[in-house]
Design a protein around this ligand. Structure first.
Ligand SMILES: [Fe+2]
Ligand SMILES: [Fe+2]
Length: 167
């Protein structure tokens, strides 16, 4: 549980940092900037909430090796805005799926409701990125290709056990 929460805190921090990175990368893309301003703030709020759960359990936040999941997913994508937005949508959707499972399986009621609340947010974030993807071009074919790649990556053996890896 401590490793799970530490990894989760890093995920929220990374999600916030990705949103801010897009603000720098695409300053002229108005709808993206509006969406990323909101999303970045919400992800940082999630980071604070996970840190509070760590404190509550007496666990110190620390560095943790990455699973390589996101890097592998972006590595399987094409260097287009469309693929970039779809990859982010898939990461959010996978978070949603993992949080739903944690909402059912976490060892105490507080943590179960915590993950149920966060699952709702991650589902919404997936839709935000999909809407941005739809502004870039035809989504369906690239979404199908990247869903297949993501499914293989998330189940890939040998990655360290993290929120988005470990089969
Ligand atoms: Fe989040
Ligand atoms: Fe998110």
């Amino acid at each position: 549980l401590p490793t799970l929460l530490i990894d989760h805190a890093h995920c929220e921090k990374k999600a916030a940092s990705t949103a801010v990175r897009f603000l720098f990368k695409y300053p002229e893309w108005d709808s993206l900037c509006a969406a990323m301003g909101r999303l970045g703030r919400e992800e940082l709020l999630h980071f604070d909430l996970v840190r509070r759960e760590l404190h509550r359990r007496g666990v110190s936040f620390r560095g943790l090796s990455a699973s390589g999941y996101a890097a592998a997913l972006f590595g399987a994508s094409e260097p287009t805005r469309l693929d970039e937005m779809i990859c982010c949508a898939l990461i959010e959707a996978r978070s949603h799926e993992r949080f739903l499972r944690l909402a059912a399986a976490a060892p105490d009621a507080g943590l179960r409701s915590f993950y149920a609340r966060l699952a709702e947010a991650e589902a919404r974030h997936g839709d935000v990125y999909l809407a941005l993807a739809a502004e870039c071009g035809a989504v369906d074919a690239r979404l199908a290709a990247l869903v297949a790649a993501e499914g293989e990556i998330v189940a890939r053996p040998g990655l360290p056990l993290r929120m988005h890896s470990g089969g």
